[in-house]
Design a binder for this molecule. Structure first.
Ligand code: HEM
Length: 521
């Protein structure tokens, strides 16, 4: 057996040395855990026993939303796992998550300093960076107001109620043409590949005032990288919790760094062009409005939060990034469900035919008139839970939840998947049943049940694009369901197993689609 010479202890085997190391680590972890002083009246967080160095990393497995849901059954709605060197609190249960993120919102509104986050938007991301509360809040307000103004802006003709509606109607028109063409040439299509360009064009229109062709290689190259981006940003990425891994060659991490720099370069090029052609009297899009804000601020001596121009204009990077992957993943799932449940697809088509007719394009104002479609979207969000966790949060100060002590800076995972599949809230949670959200006569959506579907987060960090996203998912779907019939192709299996990441995608696949009215093109 190989021998190791340790000067103090004499000759010991490798096995003995490793055993000693493991014992030392265990003692260190136990001391660390039990040296945290728990304030009187509060309890220590429950959770599984952790291994040295890796903690509970192995138990997380490849589907952390499932393993952490299982653990919540054993340890409760507030428990702790040890991921590598870091304790992480996991929150489940609608009421507990609501309590943390809304009632105690300030305590849980921070972001942890994770290794992977430092590469996003050069460490200056609004959504992922560890900005202090004042700076984050000011940037969030700016982003929200830019987004709202540029989606509510009047359309170019009175046909459209706002710019958002105009972009969606035009992009779904192009999408329908593209799908028709690809079916003629190839006889099949990959839903994510086409939907993602249409959705990217809607946010590009608002952020940069431009759109791209479905075959534009620069845009395609960039948005096709989103799959690799979400794999690394999913909660529980090992390199974020085991520092040693940051120094080992890691293909996924290398790709991730590369994606972020390509993404920044893409946006930076457009922003530089905007600076050159900027005209204060003609604010064209969100980028212009953010540049304008920087100019105004220089004249405002009373502005009390100092933020660099880079951080202000960099907001557009977050809006563009968050604006296409989340919505296109949702729409792509929607098409998969339509194909998996053809009887629901037919009911949705009938609802549109009866309530809107087939002669005019649906608009945003039709939303209250299509309860089955609204229920389908809610069930799509609930059942797929394709954002299984929010972006990780962290405690901004020593705090407590449900009687458990949570120290400042503790990383917090919010398990949205658990809430959306909690049998306490949902009957038969694993079945896809849009009707669960409808009144008995099918004419109304139960709003209270709808609010219990958590996919945009809650409270202070709740998604700022939620209203746009819900409208966009609705209108894209209403238009494509009115015009198209999707179906499964022989020999092309339909796999609805999600692949884990910040947004979970279904496996790339091929489907068939045909125009409902062949004479329409
Ligand atoms: C169906 C589509 C979408 C879903 C499911 C979604 C979901 C989420 C979730 C879960 C979060 C994290 C909340 C948290 O950490 O607690 C988030 C944050 C965010 N979302 Fe969305 N989102 C969507 C669309 C959008 C769109 C269209 C935009 C903007 C154009 C957007 C912009 C943002 C931003 C900027 C944040 C960070 C907020 C912050 O950290 O303060 N999202 N979103």
């Amino acid at each position: 057996m190989a021998l190791m010479i340790l000067p103090i202890f004499g000759a010991v085997s490798v096995f003995e040395a490793l055993l000693a190391l493991v014992v030392l680590c265990l003692v260190y972890l136990a001391l660390k855990r039990y040296s945290t002083k728990i304030p009187e009246g509060l309890r220590r967080l429950p959770g599984p026993r952790a291994l040295p160095v890796i903690g509970n990393m192995l138990e997380l497995g490849r589907k952390p939303y499932l393993s952490l849901t299982e653990m919540s059954k054993r340890y409760g709605e507030v428990f702790q796992v040890q991921l590598g060197s870091r304790p992480v609190v996991v929150l489940s249960g609608y009421e507990t998550v609501k309590q943390a993120l809304t009632k105690q919102g300030d305590d849980f509104s921070g972001r942890p300093d994770l290794y992977s986050f430092s590469f996003i938007n050069d460490g200056k991301s609004l959504a992922f960076s560890t900005d202090k509360a004042g700076i984050w809040r000011t940037r969030r307000k700016l982003a929200y107001s830019a987004l709202r103004s540029f989606s509510n802006l009047e359309g170019t003709t009175s046909e459209y109620s706002c710019v958002l509606e105009e972009h969606i109607c035009k992009e779904s028109g192009y999408l329908i043409k593209e799908l028709n063409n690809v079916m003629k040439t190839e006889g099949k299509f990959d839903p994510f590949r086409y939907i993602v360009v249409s959705v990217a064009n809607v946010i590009c229109g608002m952020c940069f005032g431009r759109r791209y062709d479905h075959h534009d290689q620069e845009l395609l190259g960039l948005i096709n990288l989103s799959e690799d981006f979400v794999k690394v940003t999913g909660s529980g990425n090992p390199a974020d919790f085991i520092p040693a891994l940051q120094y080992l060659p890691d293909k996924a991490m290398k790709k991730f760094v590369d994606i972020n720099s390509r993404f920044c370069n893409f946006v930076q090029k457009i922003v530089s062009e905007h600076y050159i052609t900027f005209d204060k009297d003609n604010i064209r899009d969100i980028t212009d409005s953010l540049i304008d804000h920087c100019e105004d601020r220089k004249l405002d001596e009373n502005s009390n939060v100092q933020i660099s121009d880079e951080k202000i204009v960099g907001i557009v990077n977050d809006l563009f990034g968050a604006g296409f992957d989340t919505i296109s993943t949702g729409l792509s799932w929607a098409v998969m469900y339509l194909v998996a449940y053809p009887e629901i697809e037919e009911r949705l088509f009938t609802e549109i035919k009866e309530k809107i007719g087939l002669d005019r394009t649906p608009t945003l104002s039709d939303r209250n008139n299509l309860p089955l479609l609204e229920a389908f979207i809610l069930e799509l969000f609930r059942h797929s839970s394709y954002l299984p966790f929010t972006i990780p949060h962290c405690a901004t100060k020593d705090t407590s939840l449900n009687g458990y002590f949570i120290p400042k800076d503790t990383c917090v995972f919010i398990n949205q998947w658990q809430i959306n599949h909690d049998p306490e809230l949902w009957e038969d949670p694993s079945s896809f049943i849009p009707d669960r959200f409808l009144s008995d006569d099918g004419t109304e959506v139960n709003k209270l049940d709808g609010e219990k579907v958590v996919i945009f987060g809650l409270g202070r960090r709740r998604c700022i694009g939620e209203v746009i996203a819900r409208n966009e998912v609705f209108l894209f779907l209403a238009i494509i369901i009115q015009k198209l019939h999707f179906y499964q192709l022989p020999g092309e299996p339909l796999d609805l197993t999600p692949e884990y990441g910040l947004t979970m995608k279904h496996k790339r696949c091929h489907l068939g689609v045909k125009l409902r009215d062949e004479n329409a093109q």
